[in-house]
Design a protein around this ligand. Sequence first.
Ligand code: GLP
Length: 240
Amino acid sequence: MRIIIRDTAQEASRLAASQIITSLPTNGRLGVATGSTPLALYGFLREAHAAGEFTLEGCSAWALDEYVQIPEDHPERYRNVLLNELVENGGTGLAADDLHTPDGAAEDPEQAARDYESQIAPGVDVQILGLGSNGHIGFNEPAGSLSSRTHVGHLTPTTRSDNARFFGNDIDAVPSLCITQGLATIMSAREIVLLAFGEGKAEAIAQIVEGGVAQRWPGSILQHHENVTVYVDEAAASRL
Ligand code: GLP
């Protein structure tokens, strides 16, 4: 793992954007994360697109996860979040049809998970990741399998509480089921860029970078990947 520490989340996000612009091949497959962490990075990608320095035209983007049975027009439906960040608002050149997200509205979410897994094989070129305060990546919560593929998962109370801020601070409004790429699916990416900012991520960063590989901290599996760069601000790096 390469660890890049910068004073601010903004500086770290700018560097992460540069890495993605350099690494993503023409017509490449980019794995995209949601949550608040990658928003500045997406802003830099839109800026680079507006400046004619970068485009996702001809590329495809693959979401890590999606809530199950969230209303189609809900602003926190991850498909809507990613359309907003990558296709609308000036966009990045990505076509809406080239944004792939698990079908959280499917009658059979287990089948939707299997379908997504087969579409994403053999893995993306570059995967962007955030990190849950409990060490989750995608929605792979602590104590799950370290070799899972895309599956239907339950959100832990910690994650539902962390994400309640996106649902009017009402934890009961946060869906409790999701479809998420598994840890083995995420590990099949050729290159991984993980971002984590703020004191609330400091313990998770210390555990996934310096702790042992363990189900308790799902992101620790990344220690077995040969090409991972972790971008953190001073606060998230404070326990390293
Ligand atoms: C969410 C997402 C993850 C994200 C994480 C951190 O629940 N499923 O992909 O990385 O939690 O969110 P945030 O960046 O808002 O802290």
